[in-house]
Design a protein around this ligand. Structure first.
Ligand code: F6P
Ligand code: MN
Length: 320
């Protein structure tokens, strides 16, 4: 079976990008080992600190962030990095050509219950003469690569460099990612949706009516029954969408008026949007294509509606 390294070198990917992607994959292999150790690796539980977004940091959030930061800082190709767990952009090598944004441990509330977690990366080109946070203010459309590692029963790596979405599985026998699907395709139709329904009373009218119509099922205007899944880790929900289709939503809500959106544009929505679009799906806020958003802040949040093309289009109709 083809390894990630072989795949990268035989598919015309820029040599520097290949090197960067190998570094990202190494991070995934190491975090995967820590996750597998669970309580034995001393990685469960919370720290006493909060991140810039006011969320309590889990031990593994901090461990994974430090591990990735150290590896990226040692990689001369990395110009600067932005992380969910870092208040500010971290400058690395001024002549490096890549800007890397990442969520070191997505779904970290799952870690203590031995459920799915993952790591998400987005790679942007460095910009001549622009430094710090300003350099990162590029739409997702500029991404050179998007990738996640999902630490589940198997550790998987999904990757796009703009030429389709490709899936690898970590082979525990030799620690190499092996190619399992070189053309991931999200089916256009689905009967499966994912949304945190505990927020239902806080949604806007468009999402209220869309979900209400799904729930009526066969007897309603959709004339079919829908099933629901919610993993509480975007990386797990998106992996399901890439594996068998579906629609995943984290819409605007009014639970906390100061925080109408949950998911972060730079290291959650944008890379997942690229992976989904490159597999034939759609990723939108309801009003705007995610990858066309001009960012204004590395930690900015957006509404996310992504997945099977026809189903996302149907949901978008409710937003018009
Ligand atoms: O990173 C934010 C996140 O953990 C996502 O991975 C996930 O989709 C969401 O929050 C789950 O939040 P909740 O279940 O609280 O709505
Ligand atoms: Mn996350």
């Amino acid at each position: 079976m083809q390894t990630l390294t072989d795949f990268l070198s035989s598919n015309g990917i820029d040599a520097d990008l290949q090197q960067l992607l190998s570094t990202l994959a190494e991070c995934g292999v190491e975090i995967s080992e820590l996750v597998r150790g669970g309580a034995l690796a001393g990685v469960l539980g919370a720290t006493e600190s909060e991140n810039v977004q006011g969320e309590t940091q889990k031990k593994l959030d901090v461990i994974a962030n430090d591990l990735i930061k150290a590896k990226l800082a040692a990689q001369p190709l990395v110009n600067a990095l932005a992380s969910e767990e870092e208040d500010y952009v971290v400058a690395c090598h001024s002549d490096g050509k890549f800007l890397v944004s990442f969520d070191p441990l997505d779904g970290s509330s799952n870690i203590d219950i031995n459920s799915l977690v993952g790591t998400i990366f987005s790679v942007l080109p460095a910009q001549n003469g622009i430094e710090g946070e300003a350099a990162f203010m590029q739409p997702g459309r500029n991404q050179l690569a998007a990738c996640y590692m999902l630490y589940g029963p198997a550790t998987v790596l999904a990757l796009s460099t703009g030429n389709g979405t490709i899936m690898f599985t970590l082979d525990p026998r030799d620690g190499q990612f092996k190619l399992v699907d070189e053309a991931v395709t999200v089916p256009a139709d689905t009967a499966e949706f994912a949304i945190n329904t505990s927020n239902q009373r806080f949604w806007q009218p468009a999402m209220q009516s869309y979900i209400a119509d799904l729930l009526v099922g066969k007897e309603g205007k959709r004339e079919k029954n829908f099933n629901m899944r919610w993993i509480a880790a975007m990386v797990g929900d998106v992996h399901r969408v890439l594996s068998r289709g579906g629609i995943f939503m984290y819409p605007q809500d009014s639970k906390n008026v100061a925080k109408p959106f949950k998911l972060r544009l730079m290291y959650e929505a944008n890379p997942m949007a690229m992976l989904v679009e490159q597999a034939g799906g759609i990723a939108s806020t309801g009003y705007e294509t995610i990858m066309d958003i001009q960012p204004t802040d590395i930690h900015q949040r957006v509404a996310v509606i992504l997945g099977s093309a026809n189903e996302v289009e149907t949901c978008l109709e409710y937003h018009k």
